[in-house]
Design a protein around this ligand. Structure first.
Ligand code: SAM
Length: 203
C-alpha cells in the first residue's frame, strides 16, 4: 500500500516488508549494530520506497548515499534490493566491518568511502559516467550544497536535527511530507528531481 494511503500514525509496514524477504538475513548483521535497528531499517527503506519510482529507466545507473553512517546501511540495502551501482560516503565509515560484511554475503555493485562528501567529489567524478540518484538519510550535510556539486537525476532527503540544511531551499520537490513508516520522530522527507538532468544511456 502506498505510504500516502496509510493513516498518519507510525506503522510497521516497512519493517514487515523487509522481514518477509530472504535479504533480511544478509541485512541484519549491519543493522544489528544500531542502537535502534527498527529506526535505521525503516529510514533506509523509506529512501528505497521513495526513490524507486524515480530510478532511471536506463542501465546502468548509480545511487550515491551521502552520510551513510559507520555501517553504510542504506547503500547495503539498495545493493541487495536494486540493480543500481551503489556508493556510500561517510567520514565515520567502518571500512573493515563493511568489507567483511560484503565478502561474507558476496554483495555486488556496492563500494564505500570513508570520507566527507566534500573530499569525495574527485572520486565520484572519476567513476564511469551514468545517471545518478542521491540519498541523504539523516545525513548531516547541506543537501543543496552537495547537489550543486553532483550530477544527479533524483534525490531523497530525510531530515533530522538540521532541517534547514537537510531540506532543499532551491530544488524542485516531487514529493514531500512525513513518512509514518519511518519509526523515528524525525520523518520529514523530500523527493527532489533535477529538471536539468539528462538520461542519456552511458556510452
Ligand atoms: C545521523 S548520522 C546518519 C546515519 C546513517 N543514516 C546510519 O544509518 O547510520 C549523520 C551522518 O552524517 C555524516 N556526515 C557528517 N558530515 C558529513 C560530510 N561532510 N560528508 C558526509 N557525511 C557526513 C556523519 O558522519 C554521520 O554518519
Amino acid at each position: 500500500m502506498p505510504t500516502t494511503e496509510r493513516p498518519a500514525v507510525p506503522h510497521a509496514g516497512y519493517l514487515d516488508r523487509l522481514m518477509r524477504r530472504q535479504s533480511f538475513q544478509a541485512l541484519w548483521p549491519l543493522f544489528a549494530h544500531a542502537t535502534k535497528p527498527a529506526k535505521e531499517m525503516t529510514e533506509s527503506f523509506s529512501a528505497l520506497v521513495h526513490l524507486r519510482p524515480h530510478f532511471p529507466s536506463v542501465q546502468p545507473f548509480r545511487v550515491v548515499h551521502v552520510g551513510d553512517g559507520a555501517h553504510a546501511r542504506t547503500g547495503a540495502l539498495f545493493a541487495l534490493k536494486t540493480r543500481a551501482q551503489n556508493v556510500s560516503i561517510d567520514p565515520e565509515l567502518n571500512l573493515s566491518l563493511v568489507s567483511n560484511w560484503q565478502q561474507t554475503y558476496g554483495v555486488e555493485r556496492f563500494t564505500f568511502h570513508r570520507s566527507r562528501i566534500e573530499d569525495a567529489y574527485d572520486v565520484l567524478d572519476s567513476l564511469p559516467p551514468m545517471p545518478q540518484v542521491v540519498s541523504f538519510v539523516h545525513a548531516h550535510v547541506d543537501v543543496d550544497a552537495v547537489l550543486a556539486r553532483l550530477d544527479w537525476h533524483a534525490a531523497f532527503t530525510l531530515a533530522c536535527c538540521v532541517p534547514g540544511r537537510q531540506l532543499t531551499r532551491s530544488h524542485l520537490i516531487a514529493d514531500d511530507g512525513e513518512d509514518f513508516g519511518v519509526l523515528s520522530d524525525e520523518r520529514r522527507y523530500q523527493v527532489l528531481v533535477n529538471a536539468r538532468a539528462s538520461l542519456r544511456e552511458a556510452p
